[in-house]
Design a protein around this ligand. Structure first.
Ligand code: SF4
Ligand code: SF4
Ligand code: SF4
Length: 371
């Protein structure tokens, strides 16, 4: 079989032999090693549509061993500096390439100032996108996120808010492409945006999914949880009626669960065991490959901290302000103590966890070198 563009790169070459084992290779290289972030990209990349997803990808049909799922997965290999250079023309590290940082408030509802909702509606209204990959709440499982391709302002508004469990957003990329959309915004956590960056610069020939993505929006992410955290702890141990929950948020040492004006605090240490295992080696807090990165840290309630990484993104932000959709104020690095601290904490933890994985895979006599 002739190698595709992605397979011809030096890094991917290392995976060439595993690739021919098909989905089994994805299981052994990524899923069983507890590296899967749950981004859902393998689902979209599979030409046979035989990858399903329930917390983790699983085979639901006959695999033809094409290897696309392994090659496209951002957790099989992700040369971050190289991808940053290809995406932005430079790779400064830290929180990634930054064109500008702003404190933004908008008129739209949504988590922490509603900026993501306002941005998507603005881009849609101006014809700069024709749809957006977002997550919405599953009507059958309260507070379980489900990926969705939103094509109207109403659908974008319905998707506002954070969910705190895995949503394989990139699993709907193929559906979006097949429905004829050509200018998609993808909203996700940094690991989703890793997938879009890898798709763009290491495209799997035949899948052609990268071409439909025009804008990426990352939400700041410290960690994420499997859905049973919601059912076991929030609904179970805490006895909160999920049907009445209006918002969830993570602040300091707590998961805050709101039912109307009432706030219930759940200690993060009580939900730690539900953390998605693939989050432990994640070193990216802001989404270093995103056009826009958005979160609440270092901004007052009702506002967002927004990082823009490209001149095009900065222009959109300024145009939104000129047209009265948002208000912005410039932020300097000194105004971002929490963001900088969380960025460093995440990198440090990822290095430690990665070292533990490397150590665990060493032959027995060598393991003791670390003790
Ligand atoms: S992409 Fe689909 S068909 Fe190809 S190896 Fe993976 S599971 Fe098998
Ligand atoms: S990280 Fe994404 S692409 Fe890789 S196995 Fe998990 S869901 Fe699939
Ligand atoms: S911590 Fe990393 S891997 Fe986990 S959800 Fe957030 S961005 Fe994804």
């Amino acid at each position: 079989m002739e190698k595709t563009a992605i397979e011809k790169s030096d890094l991917a070459e290392l995976l060439w032999e595993s690739r021919e084992e098909g989905f089994t290779a994805l299981e052994h290289e990524v899923i069983y090693r507890e590296l899967c972030s749950g981004c859902g990209l393998c689902v979209s990349a599979c030409p046979e549509d035989v990858i399903g997803f329930t917390e983790y990808p699983k085979l639901i049909g006959k695999c033809t061993n094409c290897g696309y799922c392994l090659m496209v997965c951002p957790r099989s290999f992700l040369p971050k500096n190289e991808l940053e250079e290809k995406t932005f023309g430079s790779a400064p590290g830290g929180s990634g390439v930054i064109e500008g940082v702003y404190q933004v408030s908008s008129k739209d509802k949504g988590q922490d100032g509603g900026f993501v909702t306002a941005l998507l509606k603005y881009l849609l209204g101006k014809g700069l996108i024709d749809g957006a990959v977002v997550s919405q709440i599953d009507s059958e499982n309260p507070w379980k996120p489900l990926p969705k391709v939103a094509t109207t302002a109403g659908e974008i508004e319905a998707a506002a808010g954070s969910r705190y469990s895995t949503s394989p957003n990139l699993s709907v990329l193929k559906e979006a492409k097949n429905s004829g959309l050509k200018k998609l915004a993808v909203v996700g956590t940094p690991c989703h945006i890793d997938g879009t960056a890898k798709l763009k610069h290491y495209p799997v020939e035949g899948a052609e999914l990268a071409g439909v993505i025009s804008t990426t929006v990352s939400v700041f992410c410290k960690s994420n949880f499997i859905y049973s955290m919601i059912t076991d702890v929030v609904a179970g141990k805490e006895g909160i009626d999920l049907g009445k929950v209006t918002k969830m948020d993570i602040k300091g040492k707590h998961l805050l669960v709101y039912t109307g004006d009432a706030e219930k605090k759940v200690l993060l240490k009580d939900i730690h065991r539900y953390e998605r295992l693939g989050c432990k080696i994640c070193d990216d807090f802001t989404g270093r490959f995103s056009d826009f990165a958005v979160g609440s840290v270092d901004s007052p309630a009702g506002s967002s901290t927004v990082i823009v990484r490209t001149k095009e993104a900065a222009k959109v932000l300024k145009d939104m302000e000129k047209e009265g959709f948002i208000e912005t104020s410039d932020v300097t690095d000194g105004d971002l103590p929490v963001l900088n601290k969380l960025t460093e904490i995440k990198k440090k933890r990822a290095r430690k966890e990665a070292a533990a994985i490397i150590r665990s895979e060493l032959p027995m006599p060598l393991k003791f070198l670390w003790e």
